[in-house]
Write a protein that binds this ligand. Sequence first.
Ligand code: FES
Length: 101
Amino acid sequence: MGWIKVLDSARTLHESGVMEVNAGGKTIALVNVNGKICALDGICPHEGGPLAKGSIENGYLVCPWHGWEFDPLTGKDRYNPARGVTSFPVEVRGDEVYVEI
Ligand code: FES
């Protein structure tokens, strides 16, 4: 599908912030960890919880429903790397944020 602009200003997403955006019909959890913006599939693989409503704890994105934890860079589950969510490439161009779907 290609690169899709998801934010007009990267500054909208503060440090350790999590935000839900839509890119090409997909729900994406956009995360700022240590100043790096990451994009993960926004639907938790456990029972479909809304990952963009989660929080960043110890550098991991924590699902708000049952607490599964995902690495924002790779999407892998913290305790079981065999499972996880899709991570998407992110580019910040000027101040705008793009995700490749
Ligand atoms: S739905 Fe995410 S941990 Fe259960």
